[in-house]
Write a protein that binds this ligand. Sequence first.
Ligand code: LLP
Length: 418
Amino acid sequence: MDQFNYQNQILFAEQQPLNKVAQEFGTPCYVYSRAAIERQYHAFADAAAKHPASLVCYAVKANSNLAILNLLAKQGSGFDIVSAGELRRVIAAGGDPAKVVFSGVAKTADEMRFALDLGIKCFNVESSAELEQLQQVASAANKVAPVSIRVNPDIDAKTHPYISTGLKANKFGIDILQAEQIYQTAASYSHIDVVGVDCHIGSQLTEVQPFLDALEKLLKLIEQLSANGIVLQHIDIGGGLGVRYDDETPPSPADYISQVVKRLTDYPHLELVMEPGRAIMANAGVLLTKVEYLKPGSEKNFAIVDAAMNDLIRPALYSAWQNIVPVVLNDSLPSTVYDVVGPVCETGDFLGKDRPLAISQGDLLAVCSAGAYGFTMSSNYNSRPRAAEVLIDGSTMHLIRAREQWQDLWRGEQVLIS
Ligand code: LLP
């Protein structure tokens, strides 16, 4: 969170005090730092640039705001998408379709057609049935679809079970032992061009070793394929690098990617593709919220805030821990242990449990590390308009998504006429 620092007891994003942001745009409100986003992108891109050919494809699902996609596109980023909606966002933000890889287990024929028409870099195919449908769609459109097979290397990413994806028991990818067969089928199809291989073993990994183990398995497959006449142009190592939420010590992007680049020394013709999401965005954003009430109890004290699980679902969904800090420090207040909870009518509606905080009613809090999988996973549950999003650039504030209006809550709905 190094673009978020206290100056004279007030938390700043870059050169902008966060209490001013709340004053201007209200709460709950997501606030991002441009400098943090660009620095993290370059940490990947610069380390990868040591390899003869490389491309960072930012995972749009982590944070898909158009302003953020646009910033990244301007830095040269490509994009990893999982739906036509994400692809439309990339285009609307000025992204280059030729730098887009399309992941996901359930691409529809319509989505395939749309992506083919735009000329994306690659479809990351996850099953034989999907490959067959892509062949049919491409043939009908008189186009050739560039394909990478997403293999499941059966590696334990040692992360939360809901965000672990590279085990045989997960729905993702094709068992690496069956991959050769599907590559042969793909190579025999008239409207498929086999260009690469990819994997994504999970998210919030805090060690390099599982990535290197997966890489080893992919390289073995590449060798095997090439011995049988299928020569790949790229290797996509997915996303998944973890960040520091609490006391984790994940490798830096430079550290991780330089180890990958080193291993690829003997493969200069293989383009290195990466799909980082969280490691670019998580610590580039906070969620600002206001303490509505303090509610002391015999077993628990509650700090009831105006942000809820509909704004940030990670604590409720994964028991994720994110730091919560006052925007203005007040040394004269005693510290009390609170559960920080929202207004939603669910016991699971909490942002943090057992947090020592020196706060009073009306104070502002910042939920840290909220730049990834924050706004994108938010909803209108309990008919709560979704939060505003603000991007800080030096001392300038840009509103990059207006707070939803009341009418947005029922947009598209219709009462019966009789
Ligand atoms: N590529 C693919 C194919 C993915 O499925 C994902 C994330 C990524 C790249 C980016 O992974 P990252 O670098 O962000 O770890 N909502 C969860 C995380 C779900 C990740 C899903 N896939 C959370 O809030 O922790």
